[in-house]
Design a protein around this ligand. Structure first.
Ligand SMILES: [Zn+2]
Length: 110
């Protein structure tokens, strides 16, 4: 499963930042265009955090809506996929402004 390796690297990153301290809360930003399923990350987090500094930590997921910009009309629109035409003018080839991120936003340490 795709999310398992993603969640594992999130746990690794957090452990690096925690530098031996126990982590009580992790806030994760997940872009709607990242292809990552939030429910799967929640599920994997419990397994991946076992035996690490993150064991028992609360996981908060913040979803970042997808935003695309159109090269034809210069507009910016909320989008759910990159492969849709511009909602403003119908042109293809939108580029992503937001929504592809997957990163740790905050770490709370004990
Ligand atoms: Zn457009």
């Amino acid at each position: 499963m795709h999310e398992m390796s993603i969640t594992q690297s999130v746990v690794d990153i957090c452990e690096g930042h925690a530098a031996g301290r126990k982590v009580t809360e992790v806030v994760l930003l997940i872009g709607e265009l990242s292809g990552v399923v939030p429910e799967s990350v929640e599920f994997c987090f419990e397994a991946c955090s076992k035996g690490t500094l993150l064991e028992g930590a609360r996981l908060k997921l913040e979803l970042v809506p997808g935003v695309g910009s159109c090269p034809a009309c210069q507009g910016e629109f909320p989008i759910s996929t990159l492969y849709q035409p511009c909602p403003g003018c119908g042109a293809f080839g939108l580029s992503v402004v937001a929504g592809e991120e997957l990163r740790v936003k905050e770490l709370e340490l004990e």
